[in-house]
Design a protein around this ligand. Structure first.
Ligand code: ZN
Ligand code: FE
Length: 255
């Protein structure tokens, strides 16, 4: 039996995720923008929270941690590199660490760029990657701390996961991300089709995350910096992929 995944909208446009191992009963939340919707979901499913996994230190991902920890007694896991600016950690993580989680194992991937200490959690059996504000649906996080080379290396690493992996990212930014994608590749049919699907989902109040890595590879401009059509679109036909990525990220910041 694979891990169960629940996507929880929080605050204005954040997401938290619950993962539950039905065999061991272990239940974790990835990021805690606020507590109420998470507690409601735990009560509804009669799950007991055992762990809190943190992707990065930004307020909108950690605001509810102290309260949720107090109420549930769950253990808090986060990047050792950022322990000075994360809520109190019970378990300190670094790149390549493995977290035994019932029938599955979470692998910690270093994903700097949005922030320097940003980590992602990859569960291979379940095919789930919790990417926070690194790789996002149709886009990637802003470069608040890292440089474009760092984020490009991060995205390249995530792009190498199995294509059927579900990318569980931190925000509902998909519609605006895809508007930018279409501005770069107006003739990419996969982007046009995704824009329609996303508009329908949002009109029906549904989340557009998680998203399949396969679909990201076809539509997310930041994963497509190596594509000749994308290079040509930004007038950098012969540039290195990382240079094209830097240009795309700069253009998105102004978009
Ligand atoms: Zn952030
Ligand atoms: Fe965020």
């Amino acid at each position: 039996m694979a891990l169960e995944l629940v996507t929880i909208p929080c605050l204005a446009d954040n997401y938290a995720y619950l993962i539950h191992d039905p065999v061991s009963g272990r239940t974790a939340v990835v990021d805690v923008p606020e507590t109420a919707p998470i507690l409601r979901e735990l009560t509804f499913r009669e799950w007991t929270l055992s762990d809190i996994f943190l992707t990065h230190h930004h307020d909108d991902h950690i605001l509810g941690v102290a309260e949720l920890r107090r109420i549930t007694g769950a253990r808090v896991w986060g990047a050792g590199a950022d322990r000075h600016r994360l809520p109190r950690l019970d378990e300190v993580l670094g790149a390549g660490d493995e977290i035994n989680f019932g029938t599955d194992t979470g692998i910690v991937i270093d994903v700097p760029g949005h922030t320097l200490g940003h980590i992602a959690f990859y569960f291979a059996k379940a095919g789930l990657a919790f990417t926070g504000d690194s790789l996002m649906a149709g886009g990637c996080g802003r470069l608040f701390e890292g440089g474009p080379d760092q984020m490009w290396a991060t995205l390249t690493k995530l792009a190498a996961l199995p294509p059927e992996t579900l990318i569980c990212s931190g925000h509902e930014y998909t519609a605006s991300n895809l508007r930018f994608a279409a501005s770069i590749e107006p003739e990419n049919p996969a982007i046009m089709a995704r824009i329609m699907r996303v508009a329908k989902a949002r009109a029906e109040g549904r989340a557009t995350v998680p998203s399949r890595l396969m679909g990201e590879l076809q539509t997310n401009p930041f994963l497509r910096a190596g594509e000749p059509a994308v290079k040509a679109a930004v007038g950098l036909d012969d540039a290195a992929d990382a240079v094209v990525f830097a240009e795309l990220r700069a253009r998105k910041d102004r978009f």
